[in-house]
Design a protein around this ligand. Structure first.
Ligand code: ADP
Ligand code: ZN
Ligand code: ZN
Length: 804
């Protein structure tokens, strides 16, 4: 007897282990590790993953596997191991890890049905139920769940007349189209054509088309090209002259796009020097991590593409990750143009079905290269030759739900398995990565020169305090306004950038730019409107709201934040002749809207592009010569230890948008804190100095990369419960971790209440804690019952990027 160990689709601590099932004899030779199956679990049928096949089980009575869902394994040995690694490092359930690696379409959908057990019992049913079933023996639970017959149904179920049956369905089906082919010999077709009346031109055309087609033709094309009617095709099928079949096709989102083939560019000396060690590592099948540090427009993408060429020459495969917002049509075009149909593209704009089809192309080895957002790191390649992560500093590489993995860690895990290089690219590397490069853990490759003759754009920092003093209360400084007008008259384009308003607001003095910060944590205090108090969301320090600036005694001190819509209104008032495209979550929520708006801007249908984060990178428009940042402070003062780093990165990226081509670019950054190092140094394009300053501050306050960080967030509908649980967790950690670990909190989260649940958090800073994950698991397990009842939520983020 063969036994399968199966991880079932119940994401809970109690079920986070393999369960044993008997493999029915007929499937003994069919079932393989890594396939999906359905299994009975209690009263239900569930989807699960086979993680092991063995000949012995500790459990005496085993149920059999109900069905096999795959013909070939969907998770190979490597990915199964990766799942294990994710459960250990991110403390997620195994089922969540495996599901994260597969397209959403392959996640099971469960349908509840009510079945009549024996036909003979129909007459015994309650009248109402009898008429509900009418002449059916199965009804869907969905149709009745909100009606008042539920109690009656329950009674019948108790009596044993009815039973509840769960059915497992896949979400997305494969897409097929109808193909028409000839069903008889060619001679017979010729005879059929002869036999047709002379005026049946369309039918003759139809048969002639099919005669010359090698393998039949899609019905749609056949009708279009012959002009014949569907009815005449049907008639010919009935006569047995033609046949019809369903052919599986891929939903190709780029079907209607033509990609112009591009050739590798002759590299500059700097590019050659950066490419050589990567190529060497590919050839030697050596696992190394490269940090390609090169200013925007220095030709990193060209290096990626030439490195990929080497990978393909070796008969291997490559993954290229780019942040979701950079995965623009322009970016896709560059890779499709160079590598054609060898490329699969995976991003969130695709439908569930389209994503599934792209995944299948990879799984069937029909493509060699994947360009995609975060989850493309799980592309089921089996012969990986390289992984590239562009804009490696981007926070979107961290998944903010279970499993809370960072794509960089997954990339390094996979590359080690495949003995291949990882290339991390950025103009503003994360502090973590740059520190590793300095230590020699990563190999640093540098590109200092920009491709365009213009070099980097000039950056003007505008002190908004001065503007206020001289009587300008508008959100546009005089210089920015003048430059906008100037571009308008010249027919050039401008991009205006406004950081999305966060959940929290900070308090800032408009006269001197002073921001109230925590004396202990070096982060901005958050303004709580209801209590009129300022709070630190790391350590819990709080103080009353001030009405007078502690630094300059001005009364112009208030909380800060404005939206894109307000800016658009003001633009319409001040520059009524300017055509503005606004891009934010509101204007881009519809599928394809993002691309359409960008396309319109690229075609010169607007003078000003106004938007949030999403316009900060990836865009490459020749006519953009001015970039304005309206309020550099909004990001600088988020309650997040990375706020300076994020500000520096963002300003650098935004500046990189201007003057990428022939026309020289200019940048205007408006701020109330022009002296802040992240703003000053971004304006000077001085990453190295920024790195030094920021590292000193991280060291002083005990943040990464000097310390590891873990954030535990507890939420409950009752505030006392949320506080009590967080307190107990903190106390347990204090008792069980080493003396070096620093446990901050409990404190209210920056988003103190969400969906009617109170949120408390506790932050752990540590260096070496060999038992860390075990201790965390133990403490969270204590609340298993309340968690499974859905009252209490505990999230553990072992490498947090969202500090709210
Ligand atoms: P990055 O990825 O660093 O922002 P890109 O690879 O996009 O830089 O390069 C910027 C521009 O320079 C692109 O238009 C690209 O086609 C061009 N480019 C890159 N390498 C070369 C080269 N060796 N010769 C000429 N043009 C190049
Ligand atoms: Zn002040
Ligand atoms: Zn604090």
């Amino acid at each position: 007897m063969k036994i399968a160990a199966v991880i079932v689709d119940v994401p809970a601590r109690q079920t986070d282990r393999p369960f044993d099932y008997v493999i029915p004899e007929k499937w003994e030779d069919v079932l393989q590790v890594g396939m999906r199956v359905t299994v009975p679990f209690g009263a239900r049928l569930l989807q699960g993953f086979v993680v092991n096949i063995k000949s012995h089980s500790e459990v005496k009575t085993l149920k059999p596997i109900e069905a096999i869902l795959d013909v070939t394994p969907v998770l190979n040995e490597e990915l199964l191991g990766l799942g294990q690694y994710l459960t250990e490092t991110t403390l997620c359930f195994a089922i969540s890890a495996y599901q994260a690696m597969l397209p959403a379409a392959m996640k099971a959908k469960y349908e509840k049905e009510i079945h009549l057990v024996h036909e003979e019992d129909r007459a015994c049913l309650h009248e109402t139920i009898q008429s509900l079933f009418a002449d059916r023996s199965v009804i869907s639970w969905k149709d009745v769940e909100h009606t008042n017959v539920v109690p009656l149904l329950q009674k019948e179920i108790q009596k044993g007349y009815l039973e509840v049956v769960y059915r497992v369905k896949e979400k997305a089906a494969k897409k097929t189209i109808k193909y028409i082919d000839i069903a008889v010999s060619k001679e017979q077709i010729h005879e059929a054509i002869e036999a047709l009346p002379a005026n049946a031109i369309k039918q003759k055309q139809l048969l002639t088309l099919l005669l010359s087609a090698k393998d039949g033709m899609p019905l749609k094309e056949l009708l279009e090209q012959s002009g014949a009617s569907h009815a005449s095709v049907k008639a010919l099928i009935q006569k047995g002259i033609l046949s019809e079949r369903e052919v599986e096709i891929y939903r190709d989102p780029y079907e209607h796009r033509e990609f112009v083939k591009t050739e590798p560019l002759p590299l500059t000396d700097e590019q050659k020097q950066a490419l050589a060690p990567i190529v060497e590592s590919v050839r030697a099948s050596k696992h190394e991590v490269f940090l390609l540090y090169g200013v925007t427009g220095s030709g990193k993408t060209e290096i990626y593409m030439q490195a990929i060429e080497e990978v393909l020459r070796q008969g291997k495969e490559a993954i290229v990750l780019v942040p979701e917002i950079s995965l623009t049509p322009q970016m896709v075009e560059r890779f499709k143009g160079r590598f054609g149909s060898q490329v699969a593209v995976l991003h969130s704009g695709l439908s569930v079905g389209e994503k599934y089809d792209e995944w299948r192309k990879i799984h069937r080895k029909e493509v060699k290269l994947v360009v995609g957002a975060r989850s493309a790191i799980f592309a089921p390649f089996e012969n990986l030759g390289m992984i590239i992560i562009d804009e490696e500093h981007e926070a979107s590489y961290k998944q903010e739900e279970n499993p809370r993995y960072h794509a960089r860690d997954v990339a390094i895990y996979r590359a080690r398995f495949h003995q291949c290089p990882v290339v991390l690219g950025s103009a503003t590397p994360s502090l973590e990565s740059f520190a590793r490069a300095k230590k020699g853990i990563y190999q640093l490759l540098t590109l200092k020169k920009r491709m365009s003759e213009n070099g980097l754009p000039t950056v003007n920092i505008v002190d908004m305090r001065e503007e206020l003093r001289s009587g300008n209360r508008s959100m546009f400084s005089r210089i920015l306004f003048e430059k906008l007008q100037d571009r308008l008259t010249k027919g050039e384009q401008s991009v205006l950038f406004l950081n999305r308003r966060g959940y929290s607001t900070f308090v800032m003095c408009r006269d001197c730019g002073h921001v109230i910060r925590c004396p202990h944590c070096d982060i901005s205090l958050t303004y709580h409107r209801v209590q009129q108090r300022l709070k630190c969301h790391y350590c819990g320090h709080e103080e009353p709201l001030t009405y007078r600036c502690p630094s300059c005694a001005s009364e112009h001190i208030r909380f800060f934040g404005t939206g894109t819509q307000k800016v658009e209104e003001e633009l319409n008032k001040l520059l009524p002749e300017a055509r503005v495209i606004r891009m934010d979550v509101d204007t881009t929520s519809r599928k394809g809207a993002h691309e359409r708006l960008l396309e319109a801007f690229g075609e010169g249908k607007a003078d000003i592009l106004l938007g949030t984060q999403m316009i900060a990178k990836g865009l490459d428009f020749p006519k953009v010569t001015l970039v304005g940042v309206l309020a550099a402070d909004t990001m600088l003062h988020l309650p997040d230890f990375r706020s300076s780093e994020k500000t520096f990165q963002l300003l650098t990226q935004v500046s990189g948008r201007a003057g990428r081509h022939k026309l020289p670019g200019e940048v205007v950054i408006q701020t109330y804190t022009p002296e802040h190092y992240s703003i000053e140094l971004a304006a000077k394009h001085d990453y190295d100095m920024f790195y030094q300053k920021e590292m000193a501050i991280r060291k002083l306050h005990g943040y990464p990369p000097f310390y590891y960080l873990t954030l535990i967030t507890v939420s409950h509908s009752e505030i006392t419960k949320a506080v009590a649980v967080t307190e107990k967790i903190a106390a347990y950690l204090r008792a069980h971790l080493s003396k070096e670990a620093i446990i901050l909190g409990p404190v209210a989260s920056p988003i103190a209440r969400l969906h009617d649940r109170y949120r408390y958090q506790c932050m752990i800073k540590y260096k070496r804690e060999p038992n860390f994950t075990r201790v965390l698991k133990t403490v969270v397990d204590r609340y298993q019952q309340e968690i499974s009842q859905g009252e209490l939520f505990i999230t553990v983020d072992t490498n947090p990027y969202m500090m709210m």
